[in-house]
Design a protein around this ligand. Structure first.
Ligand code: ADP
Ligand code: MG
Length: 479
């Protein structure tokens, strides 16, 4: 029941909490997704702010503690509704918990488990299940003495070098053992093997979001790790890869694929009734009795079920709905607060999504928004290309070729920011008509804040216009 446990590298029997080298890898998973951190939520209360402990030192923590203590809605810490919180029960994941436990349990007998790949869409409980299985294994302290369990989130680590160094230092027993920055890659690798052998026994290495590592830096590290047992003397390593990308193994070299795939466990998306069960558990823990109106949990679950059955999204909606209620000084959370929360969450996600586009794609999107704002009707691709080219030139950028821009139109469409429909233009000509699928009033200012777009942005004082079909609840696109 401790927060952020799955993100904290822990090994048995000695916890590694003081191991500073592992900190780059321990940012909560939820923070990496567009919008996950900008949803207006409070800074999580660190564990030290629990009753009886000294007050938290950080400004955010103090603020949060004050807010919590005054809240008429929250029972205590808001941390309960955060992604990083590991609940005591994970409804509808019994089968996956059993499968993962069965695969890893041989480690308690000193046998090397098979490598394991866990895969499923975002928010399907993969990280939470592995954290819970780890806690269960480590409770068997009589047997777990020869077991070292390390969890890393690859999504937060930039380079293969820092990943290897982080893994290696996860196995270090003390400060003196740690591998400093500056060693050659070869030296880091042999240092890592030495640290692993010094540990000895069975080593379980969880690489969470391993798909992001491979997308960014290829599968060399996985190759190195998957054949490391041939070079280890006293230790043996099993890999547990967690992937949000269902097709992740397609990108792997055949040898790596067959090694990592020894066992596979699929996490299917949750449906609306399952999400309701998950939310009810959390709501009971998070809120005072009687403050959640009927329909609130159902509505959060229904929205999140449309969004690929993502429990993270469902929890974010519930948390934001509570904050909307607090902002209204309401005594209860109502379904209307969920509707407000949904709009807010999606806007945040859209804005973050725009911020992370490649430069020319941003200019293109800005050109589309400008045309759409001016004309209030669909815009044809040819006109969009002309506006893009003019903007790019004004910004001193060499405009990309029309074909690349056409690819970017498709990318913006697949992100759900625009919709493009084919229209015929007499005499056999066909083109695409583009309409904007985001609130212009939010998206244009967000782009204008970008130093790239700012020189061609509108003057700040100008009124903004909301032109969108964005608030259509039937909408199912995701970002
Ligand atoms: P994933 O790793 O698949 O993206 P997470 O394990 O991070 O998903 O889950 C996202 C959020 O939803 C976390 O806060 C987690 O505690 C919660 N969650 C997911 N599945 C369940 C479940 N079955 N019961 C309770 N909470 C869950
Ligand atoms: Mg995860």
């Amino acid at each position: 029941m401790s927060p952020a446990n799955e993100d904290r590298p822990v090994d048995a029997p000695e916890p590694l909490e003081n191991n500073a080298a592992t900190t780059p890898a321990v940012t909560p998973v939820g923070d990496r997704r567009p919008g996950a951190n900008s949803a207006g939520g409070p800074v999580p209360i660190p564990a030290s702010s629990a009753p009886g402990n000294p007050p938290p030192a950080s400004a955010g923590g103090i603020l949060d503690a004050i807010l919590s203590s005054k809240s008429e809605l929250f029972r205590g810490s808001r941390e309960v509704l955060r992604d990083s919180y590991v609940p005591s029960r994970l409804p509808h994941r019994e089968q996956q918990i059993r499968q993962v436990t069965e695969i890893l349990a041989p480690a308690l007998r000193g046998d090397l488990p098979s490598n394991l790949l866990i895969y499923g869409k975002i928010g399907t409980g993969k990280t939470a299940v592995v954290a819970q299985v780890r806690q269960d294994l480590q409770k068997r302290t009589d047997l777990a003495a020869n077991l070292t369990f390390i969890t890393l989130n690859c999504g937060n680590i930039d380079t293969p070098y820092s990943l290897l160094q982080t893994i290696a230092n996860g196995f270090a027993k003390g400060e003196a053992d740690r591998i400093p920055t500056g060693w050659s890659l070869d030296r880091v690798q042999s240092g890592m093997r030495r640290l692993m052998d010094t540990r000895g026994g069975i080593l379980l290495l969880v690489l969470d979001e391993v798909d992001r590592l491979v997308a960014r830096s290829g599968d060399n590290i996985l190759y190195t790790l998957s054949q490391i047992n041939t070079e280890l003397e006293t230790a043996r390593l099993a890999l547990i890869g967690i992937s949000n990308d269902l097709k992740f193994t397609n990108h792997l070299d055949a040898r790596v694929r067959s090694r990592l795939n020894e066992e596979k466990v699929l996490f299917p998306p949750y449906d609306a009734p399952q999400l309701q069960d998950i939310l009810r558990d959390r709501a009971r823990e998070a809120f005072r009795d009687g403050v959640v109106d009927p329909g609130v949990v159902e509505r959060c679950a229904a929205y999140a079920a449309l969004e690929n059955g993502d429990a993270r999204r469902a929890l974010a909606l519930l948390r934001l709905a509570a904050e909307m209620a607090e902002r209204d000084h309401a005594k209860r959370i109502t379904p209307d607060h969920v509707v407000k929360a949904k709009n807010r969450l999606e806007q945040d996600i859209i804005v973050d999504c725009c911020r992370t586009l490649p430069p020319h794609c941003k200019v293109l999107l800005y050109a589309i928004l400008q045309s759409f704002e001016r004309r209030r009707t669909g815009v044809l691709t040819g006109e969009v290309y002309d506006s893009y080219r003019r903007l790019a030139e004004r910004l001193g950028l060499q405009p990309l070729h029309a074909r690349s821009i056409s690819n970017y139109v498709s990318e913006l469409e697949s992100l759900g920011l625009i919709r493009a429909t084919i229209v015929s233009r007499g005499r056999g000509g066909r083109t695409r008509e583009i309409i904007v699928d985001v609130p212009i009033s939010e998206t244009m200012p967000a782009l204008e804040e970008d130093p790239l777009i700012a020189p061609v942005g509108r003057p700040k004082s100008r009124g903004q216009l909301l032109l969108t079909n964005f608030d259509n609840p039937a909408r199912t696109d995701t970002f």
